[in-house]
Design a protein around this ligand. Sequence first.
Ligand code: ZN
Ligand code: MN
Length: 487
Amino acid sequence: MPREDYIATIGLEVHVQLKTNSKMFCGCPVKFGEPPNTLTCPTCLGLPGALPVLNAGAIEKTILVGQMLGCETPEVVKWDRKNYFYPDMPKNYQISQFDLPLCLGGGVPLYELAYPKDFQKDIVNPGKSVELTRIHLEEDVAKSTHHDDFTTIDFNRAGTPLMEIVSEPDIDSPEEAVAYLNSLRQILVYSGVSDADMEKGQMRCDVNVSVRKKDTDELGTKIELKNLNSVSTVRRSLHYEIGRQIDELDSGNAIVQATWRWNDDTEQTQIMRVKENADDYRYFPDPDLLPVKTGDFIARVQTDLPELPHEKVARFESDYQITHYDASVLASDGALAEFYETAATGAKSPKKVANWVINNLLGELKEREIEVSDCPIAPEKIGGLSDLVEAGTISNNQAKEVFAALFEKPDANPAAIAKEMGFEPADSSEVDTFIDQAIAANPGPAGEVAEGNDRAANFLTGQVMKLSRGKANPKQVTEAILAKLRG
Ligand code: ZN
Ligand code: MN
């Protein structure tokens, strides 16, 4: 566990698979789950003499992310060879970007709901944005699968576009690292750039972490943790590694710069290799690829820049008069935000619609394991259901029954279902009679209402609801009682 007298400094390198139709430097399709080695050509197999051709769509998607995160894009970017040998990369170099990447600087805003649930109540740096160093574009390598005494390689993944997002060492705790990853994912999914699912390997994370005494300015020696495959692994491995480094320093040992890995079985980090320097990769410009002018790409993405999640939260708060919390929940997912907006547009009370979506719909969908994007009930029907309650046609409890029935008959109209269930508004003269009966039967509470006691009015309303068998509209009943007793 982190200790008061030590400061942890964390930086993240995140690789993200871009949602493009074809690979980065050839026309092979980008698809997953196909039979091994069926989506290949001489270029992505790294055969001698095969030439790369740039994928403009991948460049545009990366610049789009950069523009959303406030990055600078150099006027001209170029491609470099990162030289190393590994069986899943037969060219012996990866085409990447060294000194002129597509994006420089910028930052990722951390969202409250992106922190671990048990940490959201005491966020140390509210409103923080984690500074980025750069975002560059490169090609993915093939996928090796290790069997007992041999290894197989599938080149379907080789050459697919990968965006690498490098943060500054600007993250202070494992929980902030979690918030960073979740916020980043939310933005990437929002903009349609990637599905960024860590469990599917669409987003892969390396972590740099060091600790130092609180009274020193110089950063400690950093350890790199490779290939963390889930957000919870990032959190657990960072807690473990920070504790380990503090123990080493406390015992008078030095930290040696190295690459470590997380072992999920032992719940410990273990050393892989002593870290090579960047120079070991002998980067040099790829002679097969021309530098790229970025002006036209920037102009194109700027015409239609997606709203960032926190911008959507602010707009929901002001357009629909809902709370910051409700807006954050609704904006946390692009499909959910769209569902809510469609449901709320034209509804009598967008605030009540937000309640329906958050308190009723989300729970029901979760229970049935349905994604919001596959919700069988059209958003307009949730707006219509809320309107029935607002108009006093049905009570809130009746609306819940109509809501349940809607799941069985998603094509039906909420008003028609209500009618079918016999939920018609009570006859108003009948309700008036019930009110008079309730007042006559309860002279004590009635007197208190006259003297200004609102709780007594609620009691009388409850009596009228009973007499009407739940058909009366409680809001209208209370108003009528107050009108009668307070004049
Ligand atoms: Zn290919
Ligand atoms: Mn990389």
